[in-house]
Write a protein that binds this ligand. Structure first.
Ligand code: KG4
Ligand code: ZN
Length: 338
């Protein structure tokens, strides 16, 4: 029996999770609301909030799991990529915890965590996991990429964004509409009330399975600037249509590239992961694409899409089984490859 405690602190969510032999026992997330007033994550405030939250969050995760500290086989933590100050909190905590409890320390790449989140099993659920090889459309606040996953730790990025990530496009466009942070979930909600064909935005012309979102962001900004000159209430009168049209464009781009990746690789087992994978339209339209093109699509529960420690614990579990342990001298990395 292996019990893994996972720790996630790469951005603005402090999270701890306990997994027993691949089954979720607990997953506690403390969201940092302090950033809302600034319209984005303020790194120094994030580090401080992690420092405040980490011990109570871990304590709750252990209690919710119904285990004792001494039952834990290993501690897995996010080493990167992410905000360095935030990562330092989780890394230092995990080192201390490993040392104090005389258990192995396991480092996890946050992006591999998002990709492998599909392997978290829950008692009493169907738990259909992807079969190798599969494609992962990884869409978060900092990353937009398509990855071929041949095995748990055999992953190859075949395409990624050349500028902004999809999540950034959501957040920046929401910010210029004055909608608050993070913008993705707000735009998602408003889009349901709007007309997706009200405004037409240009699609990027980037080769293969590469992505680009900065042109869309600029086009959105220029549209607002021009229309506000004519009507100062343009945003408040059109925020639903603007959100629906923006979202349609983003989802068109994402699914169009995923289709290209399927054609290029011949792999029809398809997964989505990362915060933007919580998006209703992406989820709904992926189901339609899967039926139309005969893909097997795996759509994670929303709680496993945005940052969470369950994905870190499951990735740590697979590394633990391989006895792939980290040393006490390990340091976090803001930028990190697979
Ligand atoms: O994976 P994540 O929680 O953190 C990173 O690793 O970046 O992703 C955060 C991103 C943010 O840009 C947020 O706006 C976006 O995910 N997001 C959404 C939705 N929920 C979160 N975007 C669109 N629709 C949503 N429902
Ligand atoms: Zn993430």
């Amino acid at each position: 029996m292996s019990i893994i405690l996972g720790i996630e602190s790469s951005c603005d969510d402090t999270s701890a999770s306990v997994i027993e032999d691949g089954y979720l026992l607990s997953n506690v997330i403390a969201n940092q609301t302090v950033h809302e007033a600034y319209g984005g994550v303020v790194p120094e405030l994030a580090s401080r909030a992690h420092q405040q939250n980490i011990v109570p969050v871990v304590d709750k995760a252990i209690k919710d799991a119904g285990i004792k500290k001494s039952d834990i086989s290993a501690i897995a933590f996010t080493r990167g990529p992410g905000l360095l100050g935030s990562l330092l909190v989780g890394t230092s905590f995990s080192k201390g915890f490993a040392l104090a409890n005389n258990i192995p320390l396991v480092e996890v790449n946050h992006l591999q965590g998002h990709i492998l989140s599909h392997f978290v099993k829950e008692k009493g659920k169907e738990n259909i996991v992807p079969k190798f090889p599969f494609l992962s459309l990884l869409v978060s606040g900092g990353h937009t990429q398509i990855v071929v996953v041949r095995d748990y730790f055999d992953m190859e990025i075949i395409g990624q964004t050349i500028d902004d990530a999809a999540g950034e496009a959501y957040d920046k466009c929401a910010k210029v509409m004055g909608l608050g942070y993070p913008g993705g979930p707000i735009v998602d909600r408003l889009a349901k009330l709007g007309n997706p064909d009200a405004f037409v935005f240009p699609k990027p012309r980037v080769k293969g399975v590469s992505f680009s979102f900065s042109g869309l962001k600029t086009a959105f900004l220029y549209l607002l600037r021009d229309e506000i000159k004519k009507n100062p209430n343009f945003i408040s009168e059109n925020k639903e249509d603007l959100s629906a049209s923006l979202q349609k464009t983003i989802v068109d781009i994402l699914l169009g590239k995923l289709r290209k990746a399927v054609k290029q690789t011949g792999i029809t087992e398809v997964t989505i992961g990362g915060g933007v994978a919580a998006n209703s339209e992406l989820r709904e339209r992926l189901v339609i694409y899967a039926e139309k093109y005969r893909w097997t699509a795996h759509i994670p529960e929303r709680k496993f899409t945005t940052d969470n420690a369950a994905m870190i614990a499951i990735t740590g579990y697979f590394k633990f089984l391989k006895k792939d342990f980290a040393n006490q001298n390990i340091t976090p990395q803001a930028r990190m490859k697979f």
